[in-house]
Ligand binder design. Structure first.
Ligand code: TA6
Length: 280
């Protein structure tokens, strides 16, 4: 079942329910902000004090960072303009009782061309079943090539950040955004302070291990992964977040960030895919 819901302030989102899961996707930013498998708690974290307002990114779920990750394009706002742009719902398919597919699209506009002078089509195809599959497809509709950095900036809900281990990034090149230093990662990732790093040459599945569950993350069309937790001080300064919200989530982001940028020639297409599922 797919229902269009509208908040009192006009903020619209899709509510999807099928036999394997329920989900919510805001039209602004094609922003998935809930994904719950049947009889399980939400796999995604959503701030209890997040804005749900036109022009403000939801804090939590899966913001789409596009056409720039972070400040990879200094001419654009942090994480680009897609997450605060209105997408259109172009198709919804109930594949079977356990699987629903939704596609949302954003195309260049006078407003976007002023921010980033390239014609484009951006489509997010979400397949919702006992796993969450996302495909972010960029098509260059311009006569000139453009450079793209992007991320599916997934906030995973965790029992407590101190209980979390991320496996699969051992021996990967790591750029630490806090120190601006690059070095080789040694071992699994655990958290006891602010963490903000971009890993390169990531070509295999990751595992997010929490006290109560393990989640597998498989990326395609991407060789970089961003891992972030703001910890106490940064967490208390983040918009749309309670001061102790940092304990409840970790971001593991399927990306094309920094040296994993992509150059699209006219009419070229790039697909960034991520599949998230609970480890059996
Ligand atoms: O992905 C990590 C990061 O770039 C952090 O540096 C932090 O800024 C986070 O994204 C959240 O950014 P936002 O613009 O959503 O507040």
């Amino acid at each position: 079942m797919i229902t269009v819901k509208t908040l009192e302030n006009g903020f619209e989102y899709l509510e999807i329910k099928n036999d394997s899961c329920s989900a919510k996707i805001a039209l602004q930013g094609a922003h998935i902000f809930e994904y719950k498998r049947e009889s399980e708690k939400d796999m995604l974290w959503l701030s209890q004090v997040s804005d749900f307002e036109i022009g403000k990114a939801i804090r939590g779920g899966i913001p789409i960072c596009w056409p720039a990750f972070g400040m990879n394009n200094p001419n654009l706002m942090q994480h680009g303009f897609a997450r605060t742009s209105m997408f259109e719902q172009i198709s919804t398919k109930e594949i079977d009782e356990r699987t629903t597919e939704v596609t949302l699209r954003l195309v260049h506009s006078k407003k976007s061309l002023k921010l980033w002078n390239y014609k484009f089509e951006l489509e997010l195809k979400v397949t919702l079943s006992d796993k969450l599959e996302m495909e972010l497809k960029t098509t260059n509709l311009d006569e000139k090539e453009f450079t793209l950095t992007q991320a599916l900036h997934t906030y995973f809900s965790v029992s407590d950040i101190s209980e979390v281990t991320i496996k699969g990034l051992d021996a990967k090149p790591r750029f630490d955004a806090l120190t601006q230093k690059t070095f080789t990662q040694n071992g699994d990732i655990e958290f006891d302070a602010e963490f903000d790093s971009v890993f390169q040459k990531v070509d295999s599945e990751l595992e997010l291990k929490d006290k109560s569950r393990a989640i597998k993350i498989k990326n395609e069309g991407s060789s970089s992964v961003v891992v972030w937790n703001p910890w106490i001080e940064k967490g208390s300064q983040m918009s749309g977040m309670k001061s102790d919200g940092y304990r409840e989530f970790v971001c593991v982001e399927s990306a094309n960030a920094y040296e994993d940028f992509r150059v699209l020639k006219p009419l070229e297409v790039h697909r960034l895919k991520a599949t998230i599922c609970a480890k059996r």
